[in-house]
Ligand binder design. Structure first.
Ligand code: NDP
Length: 313
């Protein structure tokens, strides 16, 4: 029986592992197939405290993994395919299936992250991180004084556009409908900002580039089918995220978008099961907030185990 199983090896899961390992709980991290999470897909991380020169996302994750290992964290490859309550009562226990293997745990920290939704174009992958980005807070500052495009019409698209409007020379929002999905207040802020232009009823046909850099976009008017090319130095996709929580559906409480529901102490709907990072966060989605909630989840798991121990005695 494991004390703490941490599902996910992004910065949130690894931070949880560092704390749980230093508490001598000998955590087991189930690292998934694409270990390292979203930071593995980024280049320079310039907003993580402690790195005045910036740090490469994969370097930051690798260092966190070394730190977790140093205190005795064990790692296992593979994805959690099923999750269930094994025993209920004074102290629940949980069972996780990982590629046919069954693991039993007294506490579980779910830090499976979320994946940014993509348009499904070959060109967006070709220029990914070379002008195509999915996080304005992370990569927006690279485009000071430049022209940028934001795709989407929800709160994220509005929030990212407002952030970019403080940095870029111009921001053009491309939205497929004639009205925003975003909350009224966000819509008003965007429409009142004279650096932001909205192009309605428009789909992205292709992201254009030259010499490994984005140069613009070919867009299509959804009413009359006409196409136009617009120039830009970068494209920020803000068409939503998909939390990686499918394995927990039906067992843990998820919100209408599939995010794990957790309280301020990272507790999910089941005792001893905690959530951390982007799998439970649709607002901040930052490396530092993911690390922070990973720390909180591990401290809560430790407290939960201590209490369970005293009940046993
Ligand atoms: P949403 O799912 O709310 O919005 C996604 C937007 O992208 C929609 O406008 C949608 O168009 C568009 N879109 C989706 N797929 C495509 C596609 N293939 N091509 C073109 N456009 C597409 O995602 P968000 O990330 O904006 O928000 C997720 C949740 O997080 C929401 O509940 C939101 O309120 C919340 N949030 C809150 C914030 C805050 O409180 N400050 C900040 C950010 C998010 P369409 O409108 O046609 O469906």
């Amino acid at each position: 029986m494991e004390n703490v199983v941490i599902v996910g090896a992004g910065i949130s899961g690894l931070t949880a592992a560092i704390y749980a390992a230093r508490a001598n709980l000998k955590p087991l991290v189930i690292a998934g197939k694409e270990e390292g999470g979203q930071l593995m897909l980024t280049t320079d991380v310039e907003n993580y405290p402690g790195f005045p020169e910036g740090v490469l996302g994969p370097v930051l994750v690798t260092k966190c993994k070394e730190q977790a290992k140093r205190f005795g964290t064990r790692f296992m490859d593979g994805n959690v395919e099923a999750f269930s309550v094994k025993a209920e009562g004074g102290e629940n226990t949980y069972e996780l299936s990982v590629e046919g293997e069954k693991i039993e745990a007294r506490t579980v920290i779910i830090a499976t992250g979320a994946s940014a939704r993509m348009l499904g174009l070959e060109s967006e992958m070709k220029y990914f991180n070379r002008g195509v980005h999915t996080c304005a807070t992370c990569d927006g500052p690279l485009y000071g004084g430049k022209d940028v495009i934001v795709v989407g019409g929800g709160d994220s698209a509005c929030q990212e556009s407002l952030f970019l409007a403080g940095i870029a020379r111009s921001v053009t929002i491309i939205h497929r409908r004639d009205e925003f999905k975003a909350s009224k207040i966000m819509q008003e802020r965007v429409l009142d900002n004279n650096r932001i232009k909205v192009v309605w009823n428009t789909a992205v046909e292709e992201i254009l580039g030259e010499n490994r850099k984005v140069t613009g976009m070919r867009i299509k008017n959804t009413n009359d089918g006409s196409t136009t090319e617009i120039k830009a130095h970068a494209v920020f996709l803000a068409i939503g995220h998909t939390p990686n929580t499918a394995a927990f559906k039906g067992v843990l409480k998820l919100d209408e978008n599939g995010y794990l529901v957790a309280d301020q102490r990272m507790r999910t709907s089941l005792p001893g099961v905690f959530a951390a990072g982007d799998a439970q966060d649709k607002v901040y989605r930052q490396a530092i907030t993911a690390a922070g909630t990973g720390c909180m989840a591990a401290l809560e798991a430790e407290r939960y185990l201590q209490r369970a121990e005293s009940i046993d005695l």
